[in-house]
Design a protein around this ligand. Structure first.
Ligand SMILES: Cc1cc2nc3c(=O)[nH]c(=O)nc-3n(C[C@H](O)[C@H](O)[C@H](O)COP(=O)(O)O)c2cc1C
Length: 226
């Protein structure tokens, strides 16, 4: 497709023209946030939904590979409870292997309509076989088929039989509706540090950091410089 409206401006100027953290954004008293990051997250998720943020449960999972190189990708948040923030992966995928090798991760949410960011850091722990199975079986059939059939992130050579692998996975599930892919893992990230960031048009951003104390049941809260 030939586009007629391609900008001729240098990239630097094009980028400078794009607004960021444009008013109106909510004001925030950081110390008025709840005592735990779980409760603060629940509050801000409701605000994001009310503000019409699309896919507010999409987050960036950052990992490191066996060489210590960072990697990051967007995933969907599955749950938040006393164990942490949950997500599901295929164990054989690059992120699955990276998690096996190094469980320390970061999760990042960005909700543009509100100018808000949530950052979490901590270990990702695999949940029980039952939790993984329940999550797998709770997915729509097409998602289960894809999870079984896909060699996620490997090079897909032409004629390699993606369709036939999908057909095989469909047949497997049709014959055995309770089938659970053995490589399906649900992880919970129990953060040791969490930060709630409210952007402001005048750049006087408001930030609250939670650091876990002692046995993990209490949090120390600090307001950070913008
Ligand atoms: C909005 C959005 C949601 C996504 N959700 C998932 C997800 O829940 N699980 C998943 O494996 N990949 C999801 N992806 C794709 C991942 O970002 C990534 O491309 C894929 O998991 C391969 O990652 P890896 O090569 O690091 O293993 C999503 C991508 C986007 C943009």
């Amino acid at each position: 497709m030939i586009r007629s409206n391609v900008s001729t401006l240098p990239m630097k100027d094009r980028l400078r023209q794009i607004p960021s953290l444009k008013a109106p954004l909510p004001d925030c008293d950081p110390l008025a946030l709840p005592d735990t990051p779980q409760d603060a997250f629940a509050l801000w998720l409701d605000d994001a939904l009310e503000a019409g943020v699309r896919e507010p449960h999409a987050m960036t999972l950052s990992t490191v590979d066996e060489n210590g190189w960072p990697d990051a990708r967007v995933l969907i948040l599955k749950n938040v409870d006393h164990r942490g923030w949950h997500f599901a992966v295929k164990a054989e995928s690059p992120k699955g292997r990276q998690l096996d090798n190094e469980p320390q991760v970061a999760l990042t949410f960005y909700w543009p309509a509100l100018g808000r960011q949530v950052r979490l850091r901590g270990p990702a722990i695999v949940l029980s076989v039952k939790d993984c199975a329940d999550d797998f079986l709770g997915r729509p059939v097409s998602s289960r088929v894809s999870a079984i059939a896909s060699r996620q992130s490997e090079v897909l050579e032409e004629g390699e039989g993606l369709e036939s692998r999908i057909a095989e996975a469909q047949a497997l599930i049709a014959a055995n509706p309770g089938y659970v892919s053995p490589g399906w893992r649900v992880y919970a990230v129990a953060p040791t540090v969490a930060e709630f960031w409210q952007g402001a048009s005048d750049r006087n951003h408001k930030r609250l950091r939670y650091v876990v104390c002692g046995d993990g049941s209490a949090w120390e809260r600090s307001v950070l410089w913008p």
